[in-house]
Design a protein around this ligand. Structure first.
Ligand SMILES: C[S@@+](CC[C@H](N)C(=O)[O-])C[C@H]1O[C@@H](n2cnc3c(N)ncnc32)[C@H](O)[C@@H]1O
Length: 308
């Protein structure tokens, strides 16, 4: 059997990597560590750095699971390719589960994305204005706090294109953040899929916490050709924030489940994978209408043909 093995969330230890950097190197180091970190790296600014001390610290968290050694190897390999003034002296700290929980929770605060969407960690209160849509979230071990550029780019597109009553699919739902945002922006019904059993558990809990249990269905799985055939022409909007490779591989299935003229918002695409995605989407009959970018992350908005 392939696929992710269930992890013992409560027992997992974490490796905190701290990289002291100068202001010019922050974006590059955040983007590099972000390829390996669980969620977005966090940036701390020193109030009064000592002379010669680098004023920013970028911190990334890696789960101490079976993938740690290979992740570290690739990360150090990538670091060596940075321009030499940017290369940070990485410090490592092993965190037990409680310390990790405290460390990342301290950086996850209510934050606004776009015009109306506010992400509120479930342990924080927030007083919304009448025009704000609040998403309550506890991402736990799943990806999707809304802080990562790829999630943010998808949220911005959802805010722009969703209309009430649109059936929507969120492929690779993680914490459920995009499915919940879609439902709160009026999409209905919403199907949320993820291959990771932990993400499914977390997304279900978040969906319920937002009172959307009736609108959002969270299921374990992916858009296999069989599933896509059963959902042919079903969705007015599909969002898939995963990786370039997965989107390229599933391009035909993604195109098949769209209604004529429906929109695909595909994220998690680095510059390197963009061409492959654009070619596969075009071969599947989808027309790329916009490419949004934040650092190395790209989101492609593509449309199906108007007629089936
Ligand atoms: C980058 S996270 C995105 C989470 C969330 N949607 C967001 O935008 O923040 C990608 C998610 O896709 C899931 N995933 C990876 N490959 C997949 C596949 N082939 N089908 C469905 N989900 C997949 C992962 O388990 C992970 O939860």
């Amino acid at each position: 059997l392939t696929g992710p093995k269930p992890r013992l969330e409560a027992d997992l230890h974490w490796l905190e990597l701290s990289a002291p950097v100068d202001a010019e190197a922050v974006d590059e180091v955040v983007s590099l560590l972000g390829r390996y970190s669980h969620g977005s790296p966090v940036i701390e600014e020193k109030a009064s750095p000592a002379p010669g001390e680098r004023p920013f610290i970028v911190k990334a968290y890696l789960a101490c699971d079976g993938s740690l050694a290979s992740k570290k190897r690739r990360l150090f390999h990538d670091l060596e390719r940075l321009p030499s003034p940017y290369v940070p002296q990485l410090q490592e700290r092993l965190l037990n589960p409680e310390d990790w929980s405290k460390a990342w929770k301290a950086h996850f605060l209510p934050h606004k994305v776009g015009e109306h969407i506010v992400i509120r960690p479930s342990w924080h209160s927030y007083n919304p204005s009448p025009s704000e849509i609040v998403i309550e979230l506890d991402p736990g071990m799943a990806f999707g706090t809304g802080l990562h550029p790829s999630t943010r780019l998808c949220l911005l597109r959802l805010e722009r294109h969703l209309e009430a009553g649109m059936p929507a699919l969120d492929l690779g739902t993680g914490s459920g953040i995009l499915a919940i945002a879609a439902a709160k922006l009026g999409a209905s019904p919403v199907l949320a899929l993820d291959i990771d059993p932990i993400a499914v558990k977390v997304a279900r809990a978040n969906t319920r916490a937002n009172g959307l249990g009736e609108i959002v269905e969270v299921k374990r799985g992916t858009l296999s050709p069989k599933m896509a055939a059963g959902l042919r022409g079903h969705f007015a909007l599909v969002v898939a924030n995963i990786t370039a490779r997965v989107i390229a591989e599933l391009a035909e299935s993604l195109a098949l489940v769209l209604k004529p003229g429906g929109r695909l918002i595909a994220g998690g695409i680095t510059g390197q994978g963009l061409d492959e995605v654009l070619i596969c989407l075009a071969l599947a009959g989808l027309r790329a209408e916009a490419i949004d970018r934040d650092g190395e992350w790209h989101t492609v908005m593509a449309r199906g043909a108007q007629r089936a």
